[in-house]
Design a protein. Sequence first.
Length: 129
Amino acid sequence: GLNVGMQSKSIETVAIDQPWTSVVKCLADSAASSINDDLRDRIAGQVLDQLITCFLQFQVTGFAKYRTDWSRLDVLQGRTISVRSIDRVLQGQSKGIDQQGRLLLAEILPDGQQRLRSLDAGEVSVRLA
């Protein structure tokens, strides 16, 4: 989801166990005071327009066109993370992404060794450890 106008002390934020923000916190104060369905619709429309553009480009070039920008903006790279899926939790250091855009995790094994894994499961949730 995309938080558009969620407020710091709202009921929705009580259960959030990680840092979050909203679009209005990133906008100028004048725009933040006029949250309404029209603003939500315009934001949703702009996000969808950009996604469609990216999807069409992706069909032509694959992930290669996006890899450099992704790596430059990757806030997880080099950080210790835990990756949770339905049946397990993996701990390790994020090593960026591979050629296909899969998360590279240097998993810490019980004996202290590391094993590099490529993760691409859609149900994986990544949290900073």
